[in-house]
Unconditional design. Structure first.
Length: 173
């Protein structure tokens, strides 16, 4: 592999993983510089991780809401569960972080923000707006939803996290 090809590959990796552009050229440095490099990389990776988790949690909650609404409207045995559906579902799933409050919030999120479904299906108003819609629709909907709904949901989320949890770090960026 020639030098230009290696630099191109390193630059591509830097963009993909949010690394400094010249990360592979950093081969001789002081301890203080080493400490600074590790700290910067950690901060960058942590920030990217939180953003990815927030995106996946938003999509997860929306799809959970979709499943609940579809079941409530079309489920073969829905009458059997009636008003206790969400409580019974939370008990049946029995996973950390999945509780009756999250299920209620997810259902409300799905019902109040149908545009997220369009985003997930790759639909936009027009072809020119499609990339903009993909980039901003879930974020904007999540921000609006979070402003009105998360106050009730975050204490439940925090209660599922170890010793104080990560709820204070949840932001829809």
């Amino acid at each position: 592999m020639n030098k230009n090809s290696t630099k191109y590959k390193n630059a591509k990796i830097a963009v993909q993983y949010n690394l400094p552009e010249n990360w592979a050229d950093e081969i001789s440095f002081s301890f203080n510089h080493l400490s600074e490099l590790v700290s910067q990389l950690h901060d960058s990776a942590y920030s990217a991780t939180v953003k990815a988790i927030n995106r996946f949690a938003t999509i997860r909650n929306y799809v959970i809401g979709f499943y609940i609404v579809e079941y409530e409207q079309r489920g073969k045995d829905r009458a059997k569960y009636g008003d206790r559906l969400l409580k019974r579902l939370a008990e049946s799933v029995n996973k950390r972080g999945i509780n009756e409050t999250l299920l209620k919030v997810s259902r409300a999120f799905y019902l109040n923000y149908p545009q997220i479904g369009n985003y997930l299906q790759g639909k936009g108003a027009t072809a020119s707006h499609q990339s903009e819609t993909r980039a901003t629709a879930p974020r904007e909907a999540a921000r609006k939803w979070a402003a009105t709904t998360c106050a009730a949901a975050l204490p439940c989320y925090a209660a599922t996290q170890p010793r104080g949890g990560r709820a204070k770090h949840l932001k829809f960026n």
